[in-house]
Design a binder for this molecule. Structure first.
Ligand code: SAM
Length: 384
């Protein structure tokens, strides 16, 4: 079994995606989705999932009462069968409702168990690297049950390999891809991000439209596993490369008022292999003319927690609402924000509010269907 982790709130979007990828035994859980299958399933999820953060391979599960039970469970696993002693390791522990006090101590016990197993089986132990480990071991503790996993992804999957230039607050690629799924956008429809920053929505949308596998340009931890099937992996990657469509101009539009962000967006599109597929321009979202009669507008406006001045933002949101109402009748607009003032101040009634986590920040994806002469709600009239 595998467990693909994802940002909280995207579990059902990820489950749908994994089903579309033809994976079996797909079951949505908390901040991730379980699925079954052999190495082909693991390759497939790592290579093609746009929404997952990591794909973890389940090694074992057991009951525990104290730290020694965890040590024994970890020590009983044949770690040297899975990776060589030359590989560096790091143990990550997370817990919900565990009675054990110190996660640090559990981390240490699991590390000791792995090293002791290596010593017993091959006569030496792997080194620890907290910065760039070759192998990441994950332990999830419930109230009295622990599950151990080996991370098959390595670097998190939102690191697609195309982000060369960053800006102050870029969205994570898998969060952007998950939001695109939640909007229901289809590649035949025009898509606009009028505050595109480094272009995360735009790049993800162009890759979706052109069938570019998000993992085709990077490496994965499973390539370092002892039993890695290099030829099966090569076949899977070659098939993904062969099925991508040639780049063409799409109805995908990005704009922003920050010229350096726009340069980053163009660089990112090019690095992602979709340069020229989307149109990027300098424009103010408050006076932008829609690029088509209808379509999907998606944006992650500046918000207080990470950027922008608080009073300035409070003044910006009503103007943004007016601009949407004035120019975007017929469009579906989706705003992703962690600022609880936005829904109150924008002066439009949200059709749907989906809670989603951006790291530790609780955010909302707000959906507005803009109709001609859209009802203008009094400022402060909408509740979060
Ligand atoms: C939170 S960032 C968006 C990040 C983007 N989603 C990404 O992944 O890189 C908000 C963006 O809104 C832009 N912005 C702020 N006010 C704007 C305006 N009036 N018109 C257009 N863009 C604006 C900022 O320059 C910034 O790039």
């Amino acid at each position: 079994m595998y467990f693909a982790t994802c940002p909280k709130g995207l579990e059902s979007a990820l489950a749908d995606e994994l089903l579309e990828l033809g994976l079996d035994e797909v079951v949505a859980g908390n901040a991730g989705v379980a699925f079954g299958g052999g190495w082909a399933a693991c390759h497939r999820a790592n290579l093609h999932s746009r929404v997952a953060s990591r794909v973890l391979w389940c090694l074992g599960q057991g009951r525990y009462d104290h730290e020694d039970d965890i040590y024994e469970l970890a020590q009983a696993l044949p770690w040297p069968d899975w990776f060589s002693v030359d590989r560096t390791i790091r143990v990550h522990v997370s817990a919900i409702a565990s009675p054990l006090k110190s996660l640090e101590f559990i981390t240490l016990r699991i590390k000791d168990a792995v090293c002791d197993r290596f010593r017993a089986q091959v006569g030496s132990r792997p080194n620890v690297s907290t910065v760039e480990p070759d192998m990441r071991i994950h332990a999830f503790l419930g109230a009295n049950e622990i599950t151990l996993y080996l991370d098959t992804s390595g670097e998190p999957l939102f690191k697609r390999g195309w982000r060369r230039r960053s800006i102050e607050a870029p969205l994570r690629e898998n969060l952007a891809a998950g939001i695109l799924r939640l909007t229901g956008w289809r590649p035949e429809e025009p898509l606009l991000d009028p505050m595109c920053g480094s272009g995360t929505f735009i790049v993800e949308a162009a890759q979706i439209a052109l069938g570019v596998a998000p993992g085709a340009g990077r490496h994965f931890a499973f390539e370092r596993f002892e039993h890695h099937d290099a030829s099966a992996w090569e076949t899977a990657r070659d098939a993904a490369m062969a099925s991508r469509q040639p780049v063409r101009e799409l109805a995908i539009f990005g704009s922003d008022t920050d010229r350096s962000a726009l340069t980053a967006a163009k660089d990112n599109l090019r690095e992602a292999g979709v340069g020229g597929a989307a149109r990027i321009q300098f424009a103010d979202a408050l006076s932008l003319a829609p690029p088509a009669e209808t379509g999907v507008l998606v944006a992650n406006p500046p918000y207080g927690v990470r950027m922008g001045d608080s009073d300035e933002l409070a003044a910006f949101y009503p103007l943004l609402g007016d601009a949407l109402k004035r120019g975007f009748a017929g469009w579906r607009a989706f705003l992703f924000s962690g600022d609880t003032r936005l829904p109150k101040l924008i002066g439009l009634k949200a059709q749907r509010r989906t809670p989603l986590f951006n790291g530790a920040i609780e955010c909302r994806l707000l959906e507005y269907r803009i109709v001609a002469g859209a009802m203008r709600r009094p400022v402060g009239g909408d509740v979060v």
